[in-house]
Design a protein around this ligand. Sequence first.
Ligand code: CA2
Length: 156
Amino acid sequence: MPQTPNFLVINGPNLNRLGRRDPKLYGSTTLADVEKALRGRAGELGAAVTFFQSNHEGAIVDFIQENAGAASGVIINAGALTQVGYSILDALLDSGLPVVEVHISNIHAREEFRRHSVIAPFARGQIAGLGWRGYLFALEYLASETGQAGKASRTR
Ligand code: CA2
C-alpha cells in the first residue's frame, strides 16, 4: 500500500495576521481558513498537509529539518524572509524536496524589493498574485507530481 504523501505548508513572518488587516492586498481569508481548505483538498487528493507558521527564521529551519524526512514536498510563503532567508534556502536544498513558492499578492507589481527571492531559483515554480488559492494550486501541482513521478520528483 503506497504511503499517503505529506506536504509541508510553511508561512513566514506576519502571515499569522492574514485576514486581519490589509484585505485589499491580502484578502479576508485567515491562515486558519487556508489551513482548513488545504486539509480538505489534500484529503480529496489522497494526501496530507502539515501546516506551520513562524515569525522566526530559525524556527522555520528547525521545522524543515524535523519534518522533511517524512514529507513529499514543500509549499512555502516565506513572507519578507523571501528576500534574505538564506538559511531557509539551505534547509530546503538539504531536504531534497520539490518546493513551490507562494505569494498571495503579486510581488512583481509591488515595491522593487519584494520581487527578489533567494528561494525561487531553486523552486519548481513560484505562484504570486492569485490570492490564498495560490496555496491550493501549489498543492494540486505537488500532489500530481508525487503521484506521477514518485521518488524521482524529490529533486529539482
Ligand atoms: O504576498 C505575499 O504573500 C507576501 O509574501 C506577504 C508578506 C510580504 O512581506 C511579501 O512581500 C509578500 C507578508 C506581508 C505581511 O503579512 C500580512 C498579511 C496580511 C495581513 C497583514 C500582514
